[in-house]
Write a protein that binds this ligand. Structure first.
Ligand SMILES: *[C@@H]1O[C@H](CO)[C@@H](O)[C@H](O)[C@H]1NC(C)=O
Ligand SMILES: *[C@@H]1O[C@H](CO)[C@@H](O)[C@H](O)[C@H]1NC(C)=O
Ligand SMILES: *[C@@H]1O[C@H](CO)[C@@H](O)[C@H](O)[C@H]1NC(C)=O
Ligand SMILES: *[C@@H]1O[C@H](CO)[C@@H](O)[C@H](O)[C@H]1NC(C)=O
Ligand SMILES: [Zn+2]
Length: 320
């Protein structure tokens, strides 16, 4: 019964159009959370709905960009969106996870661990934290840590100071990865529809990438999160793909298709990062809110994925 209700809510949210007023930076976060929601267990889904603000109407993805909106009001939270390395392609928590004042743990990995710990007190009325905010922060930061340039070089602020040209627009390298590539992919391949892109990524999770999903979920020592490894993956991808062959004033997108190398070679990386972020966010929340269900993580993810897909297909709702 609860499950059916959940899937009805899920499908309503998947099928309804994305709000067109959203800036593109928000789209990546919305996608990560839409992917994650498909893999929540029933108990996780209920707990998430219980914690969400009324305005979210039971849909986590609507609040996933929230942390960016409060960056200035909650000034202390600004360094929690990223990690800087001292110009090297490796990341070390003890060296790199701090804010500009040198305060330890004030980086995206520290924040993921922090908000995970806070949410473990769900149901304990003595928790001093606003767990609605903890959930909204966690869902956002798991997205951020997967964006390769959110773990980038300090000197160029994760690509923010590298000015590049993306088709006709002047932008910066960080923004290309936050926004421009997603925008171009949606326009070129998904009829400008966010939900179609989410569905394309979801199909890959159950098909092309299904053999890799176990590895994405693998977490050494069975800790609740493996945010350290997600950050290490990001700086490696930043060096091998995002920064690679890019200079100040590079032209990354062009009108004629033969110079679209950057876009076509980097887009699969970006799409896989969105998928990994979604699967791992679901895993983290299932571990926090429904620990009994996830001793066999991958089978949970797969069986929920299949059930949801079959239900949709039976109801004639699947967007294939
Ligand atoms: C942990 O969360 C609290 C409450 O939002 C915040 O004040 C603190 O700065 C956070 N610390 C980190 C490392 O995220
Ligand atoms: C928790 O945070 C949300 C979002 O900032 C806010 O709307 C709500 O009023 C807060 N709840 C409490 C009890 O402070
Ligand atoms: C699906 O996977 C294939 C092969 O890895 C890749 O080329 C394609 O871009 C992926 N599509 C999406 C929507 O992620
Ligand atoms: C930057 O690149 C554009 C076109 O690629 C070129 O017209 C312009 O002169 C370059 N500017 C500098 C400062 O190199
Ligand atoms: Zn962010």
């Amino acid at each position: 019964m609860g499950l059916i209700l959940f899937f009805q809510i899920l499908f309503f949210s998947i099928l309804s159009s994305p709000p067109s007023s959203h800036g593109w930076g928000k789209e990546g976060h919305i996608m990560v959370c839409k992917i994650a929601q498909q893999y929540f267990t029933e108990k996780t889904a209920k707990t998430v709905i219980d914690l969400l603000p009324e305005s979210a109407e039971g849909d986590l993805s609507t609040v996933c960009p929230w942390a960016d909106q409060v960056r200035f009001r909650y000034h202390w939270s600004s360094p929690l969106h990223y990690i800087n390395t001292p110009g090297v392609c490796t990341y070390k928590y003890s060296r790199d996870c701090h804010n500009s004042k040198g305060e330890k743990d004030m980086c995206v990995v520290g924040a993921i661990n922090n908000y995970t710990e806070q949410l473990r007190d769900y149901g304990d009325s003595s928790s001093g934290y606003n767990l609605t905010e903890s959930l909204m922060f966690l869902a956002h930061f798991v997205g951020d840590v997967h964006q390769p340039l959110h773990v980038g070089y300090e000197a160029d602020e994760g690509g923010n100071t590298i000015i590049v040209h993306w088709y006709r627009r002047k932008t910066n390298l960080h923004h290309v990865w936050d926004t421009n590539m997603i925008e171009t992919a949606m326009k070129d391949f998904y009829n400008d529809d966010l939900n179609s892109m989410v569905e394309g990524i979801r199909m890959n999770i159950t098909e092309d990438w299904s053999d890799e999903v176990d590895h994405w979920e693998n977490c050494q020592n069975k800790r609740v999160t493996c945010a350290n490894s997600y950050a290490s993956e990001s700086i490696h991808l930043a060096c091998n793909y995002a920064y690679k062959d890019v200079e100040q004033n590079s032209t990354l997108g062009e009108w004629w298709i033969t110079t679209d190398d950057y876009f076509f070679s980097r887009l699969p990386v970006l799409e896989k990062r969105l998928a990994q972020a979604g699967v791992r966010l679901a895993l983290i929340l299932n571990r926090i809110f429904d620990p009994k269900s996830v001793w066999e993580y991958s089978s949970v993810i797969r069986s929920i994925g299949d059930k949801e897909f079959n239900r949709a297909a039976n109801a004639g709702l699947a967007r294939i």
